[in-house]
Design a protein around this ligand. Structure first.
Ligand code: SF4
Ligand code: SF4
Length: 202
């Protein structure tokens, strides 16, 4: 076992994520990502289980670990109770910690995700929010998005949203007390530090 293999195992999620893979392929058979990409959770679990550092490094530098959509279907079907989805999360974390994510196109896209999606969560409590998606920067949304943003005050109540309101409802303003809690969770779980590492070369 090498350093990278040990690093994966140090993650507190590891021992519930991968106990003993018997290579049956049930996870791949159920995996929706495997239908669209050159992606195989069975192979990933096998590589991690073998613990060969050279192979693990290649995995950490590859696009492969970013294809998973975290639907968790694999976890429900594994006869050994493994959770390939969580193995992937651990690989992603180590890839970001070690800077290996920069070697793959999908990995490099994490910089944008950390900056924008992560920034939104930390600043307003939403991953995505219409206020953060101006039409000029998101023309791919089509002209209906432009119209929606211009008319959001009128449209939101019609679909039950509570745009910038207090109390419950989609698009409500997240109270500062809750925002502080969210930031604290990021601090305590190492999310803030990881974000800093990914964004360091920005
Ligand atoms: S379903 Fe479970 S045991 Fe089978 S290949 Fe996937 S992780 Fe391994
Ligand atoms: S969580 Fe990921 S690996 Fe598991 S089935 Fe869904 S897409 Fe596939």
């Amino acid at each position: 076992m090498g350093n990278l293999s040990n690093l994966l195992k140090q993650d507190p999620r590891f021992h519930s994520a991968l106990t003993s893979c018997m290579n049956c392929g049930m996870c791949t058979a159920i995996c929706p990502a495997a239908e669209f990409y050159d992606y195989d959770p069975r192979k990933i679990c096998d590589m991690v289980q073998r613990g060969d550092d050279e192979t693990i490094e290649q995995l950490l530098k590859s696009d492969t670990i970013w294809y998973c959509g975290q639907c968790l279907s694999c976890k429900t079907r594994c006869p050994r109770g493994n959770a390939p989805a969580e193995v992937i999360l651990i690989l992603r974390k180590v890839s970001q910690e070690m800077g290996y994510f920069r070697f793959s196109e999908k990995g490099r896209q994490q910089v944008e995700i950390m900056e924008h999606i992560g920034g939104n969560i930390l600043e307003i409590g939403y991953c995505v929010h219409p206020d953060r998606m101006p039409y000029e920067k998101h023309p791919e949304q089509g002209p209906v998005w432009d119209w929606y943003l211009k008319n959001i005050e009128k449209v939101a109540p019609k679909v039950g949203a509570n745009y910038h309101g207090t109390g419950p409802g989609a698009l409500r303003t997240i109270p500062e007390e809750t925002m502080e809690e969210i930031r604290k969770i990021f601090e305590e779980t190492g999310g803030m530090e990881l974000r800093h590492k990914v964004l360091i070369d920005r």
